[in-house]
Design a protein around this ligand. Structure first.
Ligand code: C2E
Ligand code: MG
Ligand code: MG
Length: 728
């Protein structure tokens, strides 16, 4: 015991000089007193004392000032045995204030000692400055000192632990904060590894791996090098068997795995599983593992959030059927391709023509399969394609290298028939192409440009069209015109004029054709050849057409009442004919106006009758059985096949004025003759339009044409003028 004591004292004597040694092997006690005797008495009284296997190590100071110096050099000091009265009456108390307020040392325990009871500090000071104990120097017996020290050291330990914990908690909070807000797996994974390493006091080397869906393959989500390069790959791809094994063990055993070199944490979720692998220099202690657990719950939340965010992003940015980026995504992404001076790419916008016919005719299932087939074709034929997206129901978009983009090859590849279930479908397309140099900073604007080209292709009945800025001007002009047309139609500013039709034999007026007129308000008219196609595109023609039919009925009624027993022909556009119950609607209008059905004739173009044979035959038969006759307008300009024509319940063929115009000089009248004989063959009447000269009249009469219409007899004229014309 004595020798131990010697050693202890020896060690003590050096203590003020060697500062940093073996902090944890002792309890460091600083004795502060201006009376050297108190120092030796204290040391003596406490000699040989150990608490929890740790001896005491004494430091000495003889004034308040010195005490502060020693304390600042020895932060490991845990107990202060402090005299109150030294160089001044309250030197001890000012040491307390400085230690707490200025040094910020709240851990060191302080036992105040005083010789005179009169110098007892106020209770307030004891409370405020967290003083452990207050003793009279007369109480310096070994027993009392030991108890006092024991309490103080225990309290010191608790405070240190709490401080550690609160530091660790702050770490966890910071770590959790750091991993929140990552919405993509790689940056989340990296952050998780970094933060976990911080908590475990190790270097950040590791990875996060797992499967976000139930039973899915285990992938590398993220981590530090060298795993970064494997993000998104299967775990088995990484070049480290140990990591693979630990992660696998983790999943197989349903528990964290810990070795001397690494820790692998398991993150169990409802439908997903994940593991974090981290290299460590030494195995983490129990407390670190506890803190890691707390952190892991936050990682779990983060993982679930990322899954949710990805799902939401998927819904918002992926087309559910084709799994391609959708329109919103495309618009977002295309913007980054707008680079000054760059003209490397073309944006190709592809619209499947008559897709709705497939959907309606063969069913949505087949429609869906066709869309998938078109997607696959595009992927196959354009391996260098970027940003392939589904922009609309039947519209795809893709960026292709301009240099290698060959319209013809592209179309050839695209139009190879599609095997869709049991069907082999030959599809047509409308395509708009826009060069990168025309791209806009706004994705939506770029999309608009390609659409302008696409729509232009549709209107011109072409397959492919390139965007150019004058297209846009045209487009703007068209839109303006449509707006104006809609407004003028609503304000009843449109007019219907009539052009007489005559029997070639008798030269008697047998009917008239109703023709739309759109006054500009400046005394002239915009041609229906210009505005009718616009009204067709805008869907306005259905309403306008119905109105023309009503006007025609009113006119016919008036003509009959005046004794002119002639018919009125009305032009019908494709969109009107497509309205379901179209025949029924015509019937109803005629009945409402109390007109003889035989006195109303409909003029349809070949594109109308070529549309959908079954519906067309059905509608025409219904009209015919009601008594309404149908003529094919502009005959010879379309593609009607003879066998097709035979099936249709028609009344007359109208020879297009293109085949009359040149007769007899530029045109021998061969086509007019052909149509006339065809009509005779099919039992249909023929009427020639655009007849302007006596010569043409004579030739047509000789060809056996039945009727004529043209400027030679009369131009289209307003209602009143027609009445006057008929009278004369
Ligand atoms: P369309 O049905 O072939 O009408 C005949 C066109 O030939 C009319 O042109 C008429 O003015 C013109 N025309 C008649 N005789 C002669 C002639 O001797 N020489 C020349 N050069 N032209 C002649 P318009 O009135 O300009 O109508 C153009 C087209 O607009 C019509 O061609 C028709 O397809 C369409 N259209 C007119 N009104 C309507 C309507 O109410 N509904 C629909 N859907 N289309 C209409
Ligand atoms: Mg016509
Ligand atoms: Mg015509």
């Amino acid at each position: 015991m004595a020798s131990e004591q010697e050693e202890f004292l020896f060690a003590d004597q050096d203590s003020t000089h060697d500062s940093q040694d073996t902090v944890s092997a002792y309890w460091d006690v600083l004795v502060v007193d201006d009376d050297p005797e108190i120092h030796s008495v204290t040391k003596l009284a406490l000699s040989g004392v150990e608490f929890w296997g740790r001896a005491l190590k004494f430091h000495h100071a003889y004034s308040g000032k010195e005490a502060l110096e020693v304390l600042s050099q020895h932060p490991e000091i845990c107990i202060l045995l402090l005299d109150v009265v030294m160089e001044s009456d309250d030197a001890g108390l000012s040491v307390v204030k400085k230690v707490r307020d200025e040094f910020g040392n709240y851990a060191v325990r302080i036992i105040l000692r005083t010789g005179q009871p009169g110098y007892a500090p106020e209770e307030k000071v004891i409370r405020e400055y967290d003083i452990n104990d207050y003793k009279m120097k007369t109480e310096l017996t070994r027993g009392k000192l030991v108890t006092s020290l024991l309490t103080a050291i225990r309290s010191y330990q608790q405070i240190c632990e709490l401080e550690q914990q609160s530091l660790a908690l702050t770490n966890i909070l910071e770590a959790s904060h750091a991993i929140l807000g990552h919405t993509d797996m790689p940056s989340f994974g990296l952050s998780v590894v970094n933060q976990l390493a911080k908590i475990l006091g190790s270097e950040p080397h590791g990875l996060v791996a797992g499967a976000i869906e139930k039973d899915a393959k285990v992938l590398v989500f993220g981590g530090t090098q060298p795993y970064l390069t494997h993000i998104g790959q299967g775990l088995e791809q990484i070049d480290n068997g140990r990591v693979i094994m630990q992660v696998q063990n983790c999943f197989d055993m349903d528990a964290h795995q810990q070795t001397d070199h690494d820790v692998t944490f398991l993150l169990q979720g409802k439908n997903r599983r994940a593991a974090i692998y981290l290299e460590v220099a030494e195995p983490p202690n129990a407390a670190q593992m506890q803190f890691a657990e707390i952190f892991l719950t936050n990682v779990s939340v983060g993982l679930d959030n990322i899954k949710l965010i990805n799902e939401l992003r998927d819904v918002a940015y992926k087309d559910a059927l084709t799994r391609l980026p959708n329109r919103a995504n495309f618009v977002d992404q295309i913007a980054q391709y707008c680079q000054p001076e760059q003209d490397r790419l073309v944006f190709v916008l592809i619209d499947i023509a008559q897709f709705s016919d497939i959907n309606n005719g063969l069913g949505q299932e087949v429609g869906n399969l066709l869309l998938l087939a078109v997607k696959e074709r595009l992927q196959q034929e354009c391996p260098q394609g970027e940003l392939l997206s589904r922009i609309g129901a039947d519209v795809f978009g893709v960026l292709l290298p301009k240099q290698s983009f060959d319209e013809t090859l592209f179309l050839d590849a695209l139009t190879v028939p599609y095997q869709v279930g049991e069907h082999v479908l030959t599809m047509h397309f409308h395509i708009g192409v826009c060069c990168q140099s025309d791209f806009s900073q706004q994705g939506l604007e770029t999309l608009k440009l390609a659409y302008i080209a696409l729509n232009q292709a549709k209107q011109a009945r072409q397959t492919l069209n390139w965007y150019s800025s004058d297209l846009e001007e045209k487009m703007a002009w068209r839109l303006g015109l449509i707006r104006q047309l809609r407004q003028d139609f609503e304000q009843r500013k449109l007019e219907v004029w009539y052009q007489p039709q005559l029997c070639l034999q008798s030269e008697a007026v047998i009917g008239c054709e109703a023709l739309l007129r759109w006054p500009t308000g400046k005394g002239d008219y915009i041609s229906p050849a210009v505005f009718v196609p616009l009204a067709e595109d805008a869907g306005l023609i259905v309403e306008i057409g119905q109105w023309v039919l009503e006007q025609a009925c009113v006119m016919q009624k008036q003509l009959s009442s005046l004794g002119h027993d002639i018919s009125v022909a009305v032009n019908v556009s494709v969109p009107q004919f497509k309205v379901s119950n179209y025949a029924q609607q015509v019937k109803q209008t005629i009945l409402d106006h109390d007109v003889e059905p035989q006195k109303i004739e409909l003029e349809v173009t070949e594109s109308v009758v070529m549309d959908e044979i079954n519906t067309v035959v059905h509608t025409l038969s219904e009209l015919k059985s009601f008594g309404v006759e149908v003529a094919i307008d502009d005959f010879g300009t379309g593609f009607s096949s003879l066998s097709y024509l035979q099936k249709l319940p028609l009344a007359r063929l109208k020879i297009d004025r293109a085949f009359v115009k040149g007769i007899p000089h530029e045109d021998s009248g061969a086509i007019a003759e052909l149509v006339t004989s065809l009509g005779r063959h099919l039992g249909l009447k023929t009427i020639a339009e655009g007849v302007e000269t006596q010569e043409q009249v004579d030739i047509l009469r000789a060809l056996g044409c039945d009727e004529v219409q043209g400027f030679f007899f009369a131009k289209p004229m307003a209602e009143a003028d027609l009445l006057a014309y008929l009278k004369s």
